[in-house]
Design a protein around this ligand. Structure first.
Ligand code: GLU
Length: 427
């Protein structure tokens, strides 16, 4: 087994260009549909964007001001929906792009939502629980006017979890003076969360991989898989694949990669990681995240940050299928290179939609006040993501475009139609 460390996962990515990437791909997909330019113009930016400053008294008694954002991309199909990330690299542009991707994601999976996303520039690894609680509550106070169960429904995203959702819910309930579990999803089960939400994104990725394995006639058994990212999504996914007899030959975390061509002992790695999913620092042989991405395998699953497959390494990616479990892990230039090399890329807005699908189920359960069994959540998730996969795949064949453009086409059609029916767009 070989491992190594590098300072930070952000070393892997080129400068963040998410908004540009979102807009360029949107333009390409809109042109396939022959929509008038106003459709692209309207969908290329969020309808609403709020920037907030959140003062927090830190444990050392000093006041620190945090910057936060909430972007609501398009609320024509219904209330907006999307996670809140706590990360040092959050930028307004990235939040806007992520909100746009959420709109497309909800369109592809036929959820009655538009997209949104929030973020706070902070490093939760360096904050105490007390400071995180204050920041979570401060964010809700700052954005409370534009969020709500029928307006905009937040959820977890990078470095946020069910505990943070619980604090946010509690703050919202205090402001509104009534209990409103449908305000936020990804909550703990004891506060109205859904069974199966915690594992939903990884299960969704697994179901898309099962679709690809049927399509390509590549059985999961003994399939060699590399997963870059060992947080919530990467670790559950690695474990499902391990249980199904696939060979997870590499995993990467924030600091480095662990690799074994005979297949890794995933349960052991899961037991040894810390709360940020870091495990590679327990080993002292050398492989970087970059080397991990270029190792030969059947399926490569980037499940961490955006931009890790870019024009620097796209020529060296050594697999036949990439499944984008993270948001935006492959840049547009890299995707063109992978296309030329005949590597199938299953796009993020389809592959990682399991999270928001089960968030939708959670919201339905909150609105009904009736809670479902885990098997029910699971089978509905499987049905929804499998149908969405088939639609996107058929669209890619119909227009002779890759699955990324096909996914955008599916998402844009839904947003454009909802906007047209409301009388916002005339075409
Ligand atoms: N943050 C997740 C995503 O990017 C989940 C969003 C949600 O559940 O609303 O899809």
């Amino acid at each position: 087994m070989t491992v190594s460390t590098q300072k930070n996962d952000t070393n892997l990515k080129e400068q963040d260009n998410s908004l540009n990437e979102f807009q360029e791909t949107l333009k390409e997909a809109a042109s396939v549909l022959n929509y008038p330019s106003q459709v692209f113009e309207f969908l290329s930016k969020p309808m609403r964007f709020l920037e907030v400053s959140i003062p927090i008294t830190m444990d050392n008694g000093q006041t620190k001001i945090f910057q936060g954002y909430r972007a609501q991309h398009n609320d024509a199909p219904g209330p907006t929906k999307g996670g809140i990330r706590f990360h040092p690299d959050v930028t307004p542009e990235e939040v806007k792009a992520l909100a746009g991707w959420m709109s497309l994601k909800c369109g592809i999976t036929d959820l009655p939502y538009g997209g949104a996303k929030g973020g706070i520039i902070c490093d939760p690894r360096e904050m105490s629980l007390n400071e995180l609680e204050k920041l979570s509550r401060g964010y809700v106070r700052a954005v409370s006017q534009i969020v709500g169960p029928t307006k905009d429904i937040p959820a977890p995203d990078m470095y946020t979890n069910s505990q943070i959702m619980a604090w946010m819910l509690d703050e919202y309930d205090h402001i509104r003076e009534f209990d409103s579990p449908g305000f936020i999803t990804g909550k703990p089960i004891a506060l109205g969360g859904s069974k199966g939400r915690e594992t939903a994104t990884s299960k969704g990725v697994l179901y898309t991989l099962q679709m690809v394995s049927e399509l390509k006639n590549m059985p999961l058994k003994d399939m060699r898989v590399i997963i870059q990212g060992f947080g919530n999504v990467g670790s559950y996914l690695a474990n499902y694949l391990y249980e199904l007899g696939a060979k997870v030959i590499g995993i990467g975390d924030l600091l480095g990669g662990v690799y074994d061509e005979n297949g890794l002992d995933i349960p052991n790695l899961i037991d040894s990681r810390d709360s940020f999913g870091i495990v590679s620092n327990r080993f002292n042989q050398a492989i970087t995240n970059q080397e991990l991405l270029e190792k030969e395998c059947d399926v490569l699953i980037p499940a961490a940050i955006s931009g890790v497959i870019n024009k620097q390494n796209a020529h060296k990616i050594n697999c036949s299928i990439v499944i984008e479990a993270a948001n935006g892990p492959t840049t547009k230039e890299a995707l063109n290179i992978l296309d030329e090399r005949d590597i199938l890329v299953v796009p993020d807005i389809l592959a990682n939609s399991g999270g928001v699908i089960v968030s939708y189920f959670e919201w339905c359960q909150n609105n009904q006040g009736y809670y479902w069994k885990e098997e029910e959540v699971d089978s509905r998730l499987k049905e929804k993501i499998t149908d969405s996969f088939k639609n996107v795949y058929n669209t890619s064949k119909r227009y002779n475009v890759n699955m990324k453009i096909a996914a955008y086409i599916e998402g844009i059609q839904r947003l454009a139609e909802a906007s047209r029916l409301r009388g916002w767009l005339k075409y």
